[in-house]
Design a binder for this molecule. Structure first.
Ligand SMILES: Nc1nc2c(c(=O)[nH]1)N[C@H]1C(S)=C(S)[C@@H](COP(=O)(O)OP(=O)(O)OC[C@H]3O[C@@H](n4cnc5c(=O)[nH]c(N)nc54)[C@H](O)[C@@H]3O)O[C@H]1N2
Ligand SMILES: Nc1nc2c(c(=O)[nH]1)N[C@H]1C(S)=C(S)[C@@H](COP(=O)(O)OP(=O)(O)OC[C@H]3O[C@@H](n4cnc5c(=O)[nH]c(N)nc54)[C@H](O)[C@@H]3O)O[C@H]1N2
Ligand code: SF4
Ligand SMILES: [Mo]
Length: 692
């Protein structure tokens, strides 16, 4: 196949295979229909089993996003106060020359005063941290701790199972019992939901554990609406019941686990009554869940847990994931391929990060690491012996921190600093772009090469350009290549083109011809990875007790850690607020696509009828949601989705579309989780009142 024929010639109709770039476990294989150089429609690839020819609503509107009238088409330079959104068009040459000069001056003083900030706007290995990582490594810039999403769960899984590995997602179709724990699959993991439906048709029982009655919870047989941040208590009480009824696999425990006696002692302190109190649910709900799970496992049936990120965005998120991840080893559920647990399989890929990202270009330097989940504090921190130099320059790509990072009042104060030089590579004038000194127009997935791994299934998916760049947009790689040239970086890797980098991602570990021909290729992963133990932990066992955690001064056993902000009745801020994503947005992406925004309506707080009545609030009222960090006004909807004591502020709206020019992250905090130094978005106490 002639790879130089992408994007296809200007005239004629073509179908181009691509990959969905978004931060979603499904990583769909896309087919873009192109007519005379214009992308007409993006479809799901029917030949890719995980995609099954179906895309979510968001990405089936991808052309609406790519050709959006507000798409950035030229580089822009700020000519008004920070945050005013006033810009003038400049040439690429002018922008890049000035940016290179500014970075060079700062780097000459101290390269660690420069901070790259990026996340998963695209999950592509090349447009993500490919050329950008090479550039910042060579520069010696500060490193970024990429903790905003999954770091607590990832660390917890690593401590317990040894890595991000678990059941194959397609095996859920054969399960007899599925626990969907901390996941709104219909919204955020649609292709997994197909397997749940298959299992359900085959007679499986489906149980959802989620404080919110989501569209997923509604379609399950049972919904357990626990209080946010209490999953570890629930999991320990389940262990209590498994022990009490002897629904255990003693052979598996003896052969393949570490710390059983200590865990048993801990779990026996967690009676269902005690956990029910903590979780705000009934003893019967706990006993019945334990019976379903314990009896299924004891009978050798397939009991599968889909553990997702909802539970780990609170103080004890790592402990919660550890507690749940112990369950399949206690019951021997790991023995069968359609049984066990899946959180992420992203650990299976043989990605050649050393070649892609070139950490060797650091040349022995060890720059400090700045935590992206506390970017507000980092931008406002003065130089000090512990912090290092003040951040003088920020280069943002693939992320919209002003909207998505916690405690956005503080984030905005940081971005407002007049002495901070900010460059934002973007598709749109996002909330973050409004604070940039330069905004550089970036290509979308339809316009560049890339290659993708995923955290849901176990294939590699190739993305090839379907159309030429819109306007003067340039790929992230092109920008960092140009900046490298202007800074005189002459290592050959800075001249690699995107296709060369796509090939470097896996070298010969994935047959590139197959990728080119089909658009995807599978990685060999064992069915039932822990059927015979073989956990990639230091002990080779499933580590109920973790010596590594104990050495780090933490509890070696999983335990329940109350939220930082417990939100008890009578407290100044007595309501717990969670802010899970709206179904038709992807974090803050797609909020500006009108057809999708119209489905979501407006920024919204869901509230239980009792909490509303106590405050004289009626559905449709405008309410003020507030705590010590800030205040946010939006419409309220009183419905069954919210449990008593918990409000749901669906995210992540663009601040500039909010009633007061802000969003729900005005209220969330920068405090970090027990493991992984991750964000605690769902550990947030608020008060709500009717707004005037
Ligand atoms: N449509 C859509 N899809 C997405 C995204 C999106 O924004 N929109 N985001 C993508 C990204 S970046 C990610 S990380 C994933 C996230 O997807 P998930 O891993 O599913 O995580 P969340 O959506 O954060 O939360 C999932 C569910 O957990 C619930 N939850 C909140 N707190 C708790 C708790 O303490 N315990 C329990 N048991 N449940 C709790 C929430 O109510 C929510 O329904 O989805 C991806 N897919
Ligand atoms: N309150 C609350 N806040 C949350 C969450 C929550 O559940 N509640 N979820 C958190 C989670 S899980 C996550 S992962 C983070 C996500 O935070 P982000 O990773 O920042 O995700 P997005 O908001 O989708 O912003 C991605 C941006 O990247 C841009 N982009 C996409 N592709 C490209 C490209 O090729 N080049 C360039 N230059 N730009 C590109 C998009 O236009 C978009 O503006 O948000 C977190 N924030
Ligand atoms: S966002 Fe997820 S479900 Fe939607 S197309 Fe992309 S990978 Fe598929
Ligand atoms: Mo995420």
């Amino acid at each position: 196949m002639d790879v130089s024929s992408f994007p296809p010639a200007a005239l004629g109709s073509f179908e181009v295979l691509g990959a969905c770039p978004h931060d979603c476990p499904d990583t769909c294989s896309l087919v873009t229909s192109v007519q005379d150089g214009v992308a007409i429609k993006v479809h799901g690839n029917a030949a890719h089993a995980h995609t099954g020819g179906v895309l979510c609503t968001k990405v089936s509107r991808y052309t609406e996003r790519s050709y959006h009238p507000e798409r950035l088409r030229t580089p822009l330079k700020r000519n008004g106060p920070k945050g005013s959104g006033q810009y003038v068009e400049v040439s690429w040459d002018e922008a890049l020359t000035d940016i290179a000069a500014r970075l060079k001056t700062i780097a000459a003083r101290d390269p660690e005063a420069i901070l790259p900030y990026s996340y998963a706007g695209t999950m592509g290995l090349v447009q993500g941290d490919g050329m950008a990582a090479r550039f910042f490594h060579k520069l010696g810039a500060s490193l970024l701790d990429r903790t905003i999403c999954a770091a607590a769960g990832a660390a917890a899984l690593e401590y317990t199972l040894g890595g991000k590995l678990g059941m194959k997602i397609e095996r859920f179709a054969e399960a007899d019992l599925i626990l969907i724990w901390g996941s709104n699959a219909i919204a955020s993991n649609l292709h997994f939901w197909r397997h749940v439906q298959t299992a359900k048709r085959g007679g499986a029982k489906i149980i959802c554990i989620d404080p919110r009655k989501t569209e997923t919870a509604e379609k399950c047989h049972t919904h357990i609406a626990l209080r946010p941040g209490t999953d570890a208590a629930l999991a320990l009480a389940l262990m209590h019941e498994l022990i009490r009824h002897d629904w255990l696999d003693h052979g598996y425990i003896a052969q393949h686990t570490l710390g059983w006696e200590a865990l048993k002692e801990r779990a026996l302190q967690w009676t269902p009554a005690r956990a029910a109190e903590v979780c705000g649910i009934s003893v019967e709900e706990i006993e019945s869940l334990a019976r379903d799970y314990g009896l299924a496992c004891k009978a050798g049936k397939n009991a599968a847990i889909r553990l997702n990120y909802g539970m780990q965005r609170a103080r004890g998120g790592g402990n919660a994931v550890r507690a749940v991840a112990c369950l399949p080893a206690l019951t021997g559920a790991w023995r069968r391929p359609a049984s066990g647990l899946h959180m992420s399989n992203s650990g299976v890929y043989p990605t050649d990060k050393a070649t892609l990202q070139r950490p060797d270009l650091l040349g022995g330097r060890t720059p400090r690491t700045i935590n992206m989940s506390a970017i507000g504090d980092a931008l406002l921190a003065p130089a000090s012996a512990t912090f290092g130099p003040q951040v003088e320059a920020l280069v943002v790509y693939n992320s919209n921190p002003v909207a998505v990072a916690p405690d956005s009042g503080q984030v905005v104060r940081g971005f407002m600093r007049d002495d901070l030089f900010t460059v934002v590579l973007e598709h749109f004038k996002t909330d973050t772009a409004d604070y940039a000194d330069y905004i550089l127009p970036a290509t979308t997935q339809l316009e560049h090469w890339d290659i993708h791994t995923t955290y849901g299934h176990t294939d590699v998916v190739l993305n090839r350009p379907a159309i030429a760049p819109v306007g003067l947009a340039r790929s992230n790689t092109a920008v960092f290549r140009e900046l490298a040239a202007r800074l005189g970086f002459d290592e050959p890797c800075f001249a690699d083109d995107d296709l060369a980098m796509v090939r470097q991602a896996f070298g010969d570990k994935i047959p590139f011809d197959e990728l080119l021909a089909k658009g995807f290729a599978s990685v060999a992963v064992p069915d039932a990875p822990f059927a015979n133990g073989g956990f990639p932990t230091p002990s080779g066992q499933c580590e109920f007790f973790s010596q590594r955690l104990a050495d780090a001064g933490q509890d070696g056993l999983p335990d329940y850690l109350p939220n930082f902000e417990e939100a008890k009745p009578g407290d100044l801020y007595p309501l717990a607020m969670i802010s899970p994503p709206a179904r038709n947005f992807l974090n803050s992406s797609f909020v500006n696509v009108k057809s999708l925004r119209d489905i979501e309506g407006e920024p919204l707080l869901e509230m239980h009828a009792d909490d509303a009545a106590a405050r004289g609030i009626a559905s449709g009222d405008t309410v003020r949601v507030f705590n010590g960090r800030g205040s946010y006004r939006c419409a309220v909807r009183i419905n069954q989705r919210a449990r008593a004591g918990v409000v749901n502020g669906l995210g992540v709206w663009w601040r500039k579309l909010g009633l007061d020019g802000n969003n729900v992250n005005e209220l969330t905090s920068q405090r970090l989780t027990d493991m992984g130094r991750a964000a605690t978005f769902y550990d947030c106490a608020v008060q709500v009142e009717r707004a005037a």
